[in-house]
Structure formats: structure tokens, C-alpha cells
Ligand binder design. Structure first.
Ligand SMILES: CC(C)(COP(=O)(O)OP(=O)(O)OC[C@H]1O[C@@H](n2cnc3c(N)ncnc32)[C@H](O)[C@@H]1OP(=O)(O)O)[C@@H](O)C(=O)NCCC(=O)NCCS
Length: 163
């Protein structure tokens, strides 16, 4: 966790058009098992793999929604639904130590990768945050997570300079 680097995004300058409504929707508590399953599978074998069992992933998702990582921003947190199934999710919180909202978690189920669901969720989230009046948001990305760096960079996030 401590080696992750902060990437920031200027919400006013890069707010995305609303192209996501057809495949994304707000998160419901009933989505937690599907989100936990995606979280469990998505991080396995990656630089962010903490060896977390699926039950712990569910506890973490519930903790994020319950505000244990800063107030949960429901309007920016979404799931992507494909053929009636939850294929990806994004959770956003207003985590005070970062001084701006953070994309607390984003993951796409391995079988749905590279179909732009990650980007759709990120565009929907940043648009929602801009609509809520926030100027910037951030994500904490582990060095070596090339897919995540490329995804965030693809919509305009830039690595923040250490302060
Ligand atoms: C990172 C992640 C969410 C990307 O989701 P995705 O739906 O596969 O990504 P998209 O299809 O929306 O890709 C959007 C852009 O991101 C970049 N990208 C995504 N995956 C990439 C990869 N494996 N390698 C290089 N670039 C990648 C590309 O620029 C892509 O644009 P393109 O399709 O025009 O080439 C997904 O790989 C994932 O769930 N990873 C594990 C969990 C994780 O690391 N989460 C982030 C923690 S900070």
C-alpha cells in the first residue's frame, strides 16, 4: 500500500460526455457478492495481490460502502452490467487524507477485460464527481500495474509530483 503512487485528475478540464448510462448503474448492496467475486479474481497474481480470501473481499467492499475509507460517494460508484451480469465495478470515496475524492477500487472481471468497461466506469465516475462539484480526484496505483496506469492515463490522469 505504501509504495503506491498518487495519480490525479483535473475534473473540470476533462469531464467526459455521458456515454455510459446504457451499461452502468448505481451500486446496490445486493451487488456486494458479485463485486467481491470480481475483486477476488481481478487482483490474483497481480502486484496488488494481498492474498485476500473472497469473504474478506466482501467485508472490504462492505466497509468501503459503509464509509470506513471515507464517505462513500454513491453517485460516482457504479457497476457495469453485461448480459445481465456484473462485469466490473468502481467504488469512489471522499478519503480526507488525499484531499480529494479517490477511486478506491476499480476492477473488471478477467473474462471482460479490454472491452472498455474499465474506461466506461472511469468516465462515468469522473463525470459524476464533476457534477457533484469536485475539481479533482485521484487514484493510488502500484508501480508495475501497467493496465491500471494505461487505463487512468487514457482519460487524462497524470502521476502527481511528490509534495
Ligand atoms: C485495470 C483494469 C480495470 C482495466 O480494465 P479494462 O476494462 O480491461 O480496460 P479498458 O478495456 O477500459 O481499457 C481502456 C484503456 O486502458 C489501457 N489498458 C487497459 N488494459 C491494458 C493492458 N492490459 N495493457 C495495456 N493497456 C491497457 C488501454 O489504453 C485501453 O485503451 P484501448 O482499448 O483504446 O487500447 C483491469 O485490467 C483490471 O481489472 N485489473 C485488475 C484490477 C486493478 O488493477 N485495478 C486497478 C487498481 S489501481
Amino acid at each position: 500500500m505504501s509504495s503506491r503512487r498518487k495519480w490525479e485528475f483535473e475534473l473540470f478540464t476533462h469531464a467526459a460526455p455521458d456515454v455510459c448510462a446504457a451499461v452502468t448503474r448505481a451500486i446496490a448492496r445486493e451487488d456486494v457478492p458479485a463485486i467481491a467475486s470480481i475483486m477476488y479474481r481481478a487482483f490474483q497474481g497481480t502486484v496488488d495481490d494481498e492474498g485476500m480470501p473472497e469473504e474478506q473481499a466482501a467485508r472490504k467492499v462492505n466497509a468501503i460502502i459503509d464509509g470506513k475509507y471515507g464517505p462513500f460517494i454513491a453517485a460516482a460508484s457504479r457497476v457495469a452490467i453485461v448480459d445481465g451480469e456484473c462485469a466490473a465495478f468502481l467504488l469512489a470515496t471522499d478519503y480526507e487524507p488525499y484531499g480529494m475524492p479517490v477511486i478506491a477500487a476499480i476492477a473488471v472481471a478477467p473474462e471482460y477485460r479490454r472491452r472498455r468497461y474499465g474506461r466506461l466506469l472511469l468516465q462515468a465516475a469522473t463525470q459524476a464527481l464533476a457534477t457533484l462539484g469536485y475539481c479533482r480526484c485521484c487514484a493510488m496505483i502500484s508501480p508495475g500495474n501497467a493496465a491500471s496506469e494505461a487505463l487512468f492515463a487514457s482519460i487524462g490522469f497524470k502521476e502527481a509530483q511528490p509534495s
